[in-house]
Design a binder for this molecule. Structure first.
Ligand code: FMN
Length: 304
């Protein structure tokens, strides 16, 4: 039986398959469908410092091989998360990676500090530097200097918790941002968040989403995410957690070979909540097919 465990900076996971933020609720919702003990980890929905109502409806629309969403970080705020969701998440037999978004650099740092105060229970903290659906701009990861500063300051505010910087693909050169996150001390980067797009109802001459634009996800974005992950991994600066259109065992193996150290399954959870555990079940066989004893033996082995 191959060793499925993976190590990303200071974070070690039982296997490389996590479920992505915003596609798995706060895990409670998925308990009837998923044996959490079989997952590498769970990333609950982004929390912000204050509660947010999110964007006007419609918030999602199906597109060819994917979906657009403009949820707008609807959530009950950090204190509610700490009081109501974290006690449950702490009991899960898998790694829980918290996910936070600040409205400003200072707010990111304050949230990281508050998470630290709240004590144990999280395996790592993912910094959502990249939500495309929030007016006023939460797209911090379009600027390398801002990315580096936020990661560094969060690391200082919360030194014991591994940090994962979640990057946006809506930039000219994602490798510059990944390098900045690495310089700031990120244990890993997750790539990518959604691609900004839109959908139109031509008969009504109206945008379909209440927010006009939204983030594209699902199988449609997989080739784009693969390229982003491959380019970041080639830097050799920071481990990459791949996210974008991953739904099957083949998808996971493609991303691992292209350089991802772990993966997140996102949109697929909506139409197949068991996709993640099925992928984990298939991993030993896929590794064996490549003559590998460990996940690390296949990571970044793409021949170009
Ligand atoms: C409905 C929806 C809500 C999302 N909410 C969040 C969120 O709160 N925080 C976050 O970091 N990413 C969020 N994402 C982005 C996903 O975590 C993931 O990065 C993206 O969808 C690409 O992966 P996928 O193609 O497998 O879905 C959301 C995606 C969807 C589809």
């Amino acid at each position: 039986m191959p060793d499925l465990s993976v190590t990303l900076g200071r974070l070690t996971l039982r296997n490389p398959v996590l479920v992505a933020s915003g596609t798995f609720g706060y895990a409670r919702e998925m308990a009837p469908f998923v044996d959490f003990a079989r997952l590498g980890g769970v990333i609950p929905k982004t929390v912000t410092a204050a509660p947010r109502a999110g964007n006007p409806p419609p918030r999602t629309v199906e597109t060819a091989s994917g979906m657009l969403n403009a949820i707008g970080l609807d959530n009950d705020g950090l204190e509610h998360f700490l009081a109501h969701h974290l006690p449950y998440l702490r009991t899960l037999p898998t790694a829980v990676v918290g996910n936070v978004a600040g409205k400003s650099e200072d707010e990111f740092v304050a949230m990281a500090g508050r998470v630290r105060e709240a004590g144990a229970g999280l395996a790592a903290l993912e910094l959502n530097l990249s939500c495309p659906n929030v007016s006023g701009g939460l797209d911090f990861a379009t600027d390398p200097d801002v990315t580096r500063r936020i990661v560094r300051r969060c690391r200082d505010a919360c030194p014991d918790l591994p940090l994962v910087a979640k990057l946006t693909p809506n930039v000219t050169d994602i490798t510059a941002i990944a390098r900045a996150a690495a310089d700031g001390g990120a244990d890993a980067v997750s790539a990518v968040n959604t691609f900004v797009g839109m959908a139109v109802d031509w008969r009504r001459r109206r945008p379909i989403l209440g927010n006009v634009t939204g983030g594209l996800s699902g199988p449609a974005v997989k080739p784009l995410a693969l390229r982003a992950v491959w380019r970041i991994a080639k830097l050799g600066a920071v481990p990459v957690v791949a996210v974008g259109g991953i739904a099957t065992l083949d998808d996971v193996m493609e991303f691992l070979v292209a350089g991802a150290s772990a993966v997140q399954i996102g949109t697929a959870n909506f139409y197949d909540p068991t996709a993640s555990v099925r992928v984990v079940d298939g991993l030993p066989g896929a590794l064996a097919a490549l003559g590998a004893d460990r996940v690390a033996d296949v990571v970044g082995t793409l021949r170009t």
